[in-house]
Design a protein around this ligand. Sequence first.
Ligand SMILES: Cc1cc2nc3c(=O)[nH]c(=O)nc-3n(C[C@H](O)[C@H](O)[C@H](O)COP(=O)(O)OP(=O)(O)OC[C@H]3O[C@@H](n4cnc5c(N)ncnc54)[C@H](O)[C@@H]3O)c2cc1C
Length: 433
Amino acid sequence: MPDTAFPGPLSIEQDTIESLLREQLRRHGPDVQWSTEAVAVRVGAQEAEVDLRGPDGQTRTVGCRWVVGCEGSRSLVRRSLGIPFEGEQRTNLQCLQLNAEPDWSHPYHPPVTRIFINHGVTLITDPVPGGAVRFYAFRPDPEPQLEEPPSPQEMETLVAAATGVPAVRLVPTEPRRANRARFHDRIAGRLRHDRALLAGDSAHLWAPIGGRGLNTGLLGAHNLGWKLAAVHRGWATDALLDTYDTEQRAAALEVMRAMRRNILELPPNRPTLAAIRLLLPHLLRSSRLARQGATLLSDFGRNHRRSALSSGKRGERGGLRAGDRLPDLAVTTDTGPGRLHDLLSYQRWSLLLVEADAEQPDHSAAATLRRLTDRYVMPVGHFRIHPDPHRHHTLPTGTLLLVRPDGHLGLRAGAGDRRLLKAYLDRWFVQRG
Ligand SMILES: Cc1cc2nc3c(=O)[nH]c(=O)nc-3n(C[C@H](O)[C@H](O)[C@H](O)COP(=O)(O)OP(=O)(O)OC[C@H]3O[C@@H](n4cnc5c(N)ncnc54)[C@H](O)[C@@H]3O)c2cc1C
C-alpha cells in the first residue's frame, strides 16, 4: 500500500492471528483466566458485576468498573442488557470449508489466493503454511438442517464444479479443519450501555464474504481501547466513549452494505455469471480498480468524517479532512527528516503545527499551543512540521492538526485558530483540577 511500510495485502489464518494476539497479551496484559465462563452480567451506571464459573465448576462474582462483551455472536452481555441484535438470517447460502492437500491438474503454484466462479458455486482457494490449500466454497443451501462438516468427496465435487477440473482428490490436513456454516447479517442496536460495551461478533455479524469479520472487529477494538482508557483514567469526558458506538456502528453498516454488493464471492445465477464473464477480464486489467480493491481490503479508505469527534475546517478539495486516517508521509520536524507515523502514538494525542512558511517559522505559536494543551489532563505530543514545497505529498500548510491516538484526524484548524482548538479540547478533554 502507498504511504505504508507494507507493500501488499497478506492472507493470514485466523488461528495464527489469535496466537500472535495471545502472545502480545501475555507480554503486555494481565493474566487471562481461560476455561472460565461468564454466566450472568449486571450493569449499572457506575459499576458492573459478572458471575463467573471457573474450570472447577465453582461460581464467583467479580465487581468491575467496565464490562466489554466480546464473547461472539451469542453474547451474554448483549442479551443481559436486552440490546436487540437487528437483522436477519441469510437464507439459501451455505459456506463449506476444508483444508486439504490437493491432487489435481490445476496449476495452483505460485501460492496465491484464487477465486473460481461458476454457475451455483464460488470457490476460493487460499494457500496455507505447509503447502496445503484452504478450499472455501459458497453454494445455495438445499438442506438447511444439515450441520455436518463437508467430507473430502463433497468438497471434491464442488471443486470440480467450480474449476472445471474433473478429477480432483483432496487429502484433508490433520488436525482436520472442516466446517459448514450459515450466516446472519446483524448489528447490535447500540454498542454502549452505561458501563458495558460490545465488540467484535457480539456487536456485528455477517456472512464472511470479503473476509471482513475479524478485521472489522479488531479495528473496532483498536478504536475502543484508547477511548475506554482515556475515560477510565479521567482524561476524557464520558461522551468520548459514545463515539465508539457511533463510529463502529457506521463502519460495520458500511461493511454490510459493501458485502451485499460483493457479487464475486456469492454463488452466481446464469445471468450474473454471464455478466461476470463478460466484464471481469476488462475490470481485472484496470490498475485503478486494483488500487481501489487493495484500499478496500486494507481498510485504509475508512474514515470517521461524520463522527462527532471530527471537527474543523474542510480544507482544499480532495485534501485531508477531520476523520481521515493520516497517511505515513515523509516530514521534516525541528529534529530533522522522518516519517509522520513515528511521531504519532496510541498512548496520547498529537498536535501537529504545520508551518505556512519554511523561511519564517513562528516560534511563539508552538509555546502558546503547549500552554493551552497543558491545561488538560490528556497527554498531548507537540510537533512542528516544516513545509517542503518540493514534495508532492505533504500535509496542508498553515494548519493545526490534532491527531487521535488511533492516527485519525480529530481536528483540522488554521494555524492561528486557537479558539477552535480550545472549543474542541473543552468538549472532549478533562481540565486539570
Ligand atoms: C466460516 C467463516 C469464515 C470466516 N472467514 C473470515 C475471514 O476470512 N476474515 C475475517 O476477517 N473474518 C472471517 N470470519 C469471521 C471471524 O471468524 C469472526 O468475525 C471473529 O472470529 C470474531 O471474533 P470475536 O472474538 O468477536 O468472536 P469469537 O471468535 O466468536 O470469540 C468469542 C469467544 O468468546 C468465548 N465465549 C462465548 N461466550 C462466553 C461466555 N459466556 N463467557 C466466556 N467466554 C465466552 C467463546 O468461547 C470464544 O472463544 C469468518 C467466520 C466464519 C464462520
